[in-house]
Design a protein around this ligand. Structure first.
Ligand code: UDP
Length: 236
């Protein structure tokens, strides 16, 4: 049973790397299996893929690279994650299309929103890569933008090893308290880091819910798609 007809799933690069640089194929394979189950259950799934397991522009800038060039490197990293996910999804028998915001015809379609919607209607998973194609943005913001443009009903923010939004970093503060629900404004005024402020303000301005949940727990994609109250809902 699904609570949603169409969802936008954001997978951070950290997930793809299993917390390290490069790809943890075991993790990508198991996430692909979970996504396949949800798609086979009739939910339309679009995915925005992060790239922090390869490069983050801001970190490269600290090592002396020009910020814009570093951000392009970051965006190209997301595409490698897209191709890995595409491969494992197709091994599960799910039809997929990768669409990138930077044109690279040999490996992906360009980002064409109406075509993406058509793919979703046909039961294909659409994987969005290369962020927005613009430096100084993040894939969280792209997740909100793509969700709005393709009329997804919710943004599902899959995180590596953290089961929602806390009032402090739970890895550093043992008595950090988890929120079940937060308004957009509470999220922003507390300066929480789990999603970036631009993405949350885009959600607020356009009234779309964002659910932050733990991808490391098996079965959680199906749970959150079924409407089970896991993680933290950031909403009105
Ligand atoms: N990036 C960018 N513009 C975008 C999306 C991403 O410049 O629209 C770059 C940016 O350098 C970022 C990197 O790509 O650090 C990887 O994306 P992100 O950090 O959002 O990935 P995640 O944190 O989800 O792994």
């Amino acid at each position: 049973m699904s609570a949603y007809r169409r969802v936008l799933l954001k997978l951070s690069g950290e997930v793809f790397g299993g917390g390290r640089v490069g790809l943890d194929v075991g993790v990508v394979r198991s996430i692909a299996k979970e996504i396949a189950a949800v798609v086979n259950g009739g939910t339309e799934v679009a995915i925005v893929v992060g790239g922090g397991n390869f490069f983050r522009g801001a970190e490269l800038q600290q090592n002396g690279l020009d910020r814009s060039r570093a951000d392009y490197m970051g965006m190209l990293g997301t595409v490698m994650n897209c191709l890995a996910l595409q491969d494992f999804l197709e091994q599960e028998g799910v039809e997929t299309r990768v669409q990138t915001a930077i044109t690279m015809g040999q490996v992906a379609e360009p980002y064409i929103p109406r075509r993406a919607i058509r793919h979703l209607e046909k039961g294909r998973v659409v994987i969005f890569g290369a962020g927005a194609g613009m430096p100084y943005f993040s894939t969280d913001t792209v997740a909100a933008q793509r969700a709005l443009e393709i009329h997804a009903q919710v943004i599902l923010m899959g995180k590596q090893g953290v089961d929602g939004v806390y009032d402090a970093d739970p890895n550093k503060t043992p008595d950090a308290v988890k929120f079940d629900h937060l308004t957009y404004d509470e999220f922003l005024t507390r300066g929480l880091q789990v999603a970036d402020a631009t993405s949350v303000s885009l959600c607020r301005d356009n009234d779309i819910d964002m659910i932050v949940f733990n991808l490391s727990e098996e079965g959680n994609i199906a749970r959150v798609v079924a409407g089970e109250k896991i993680g933290t809902t950031v909403a009105r």
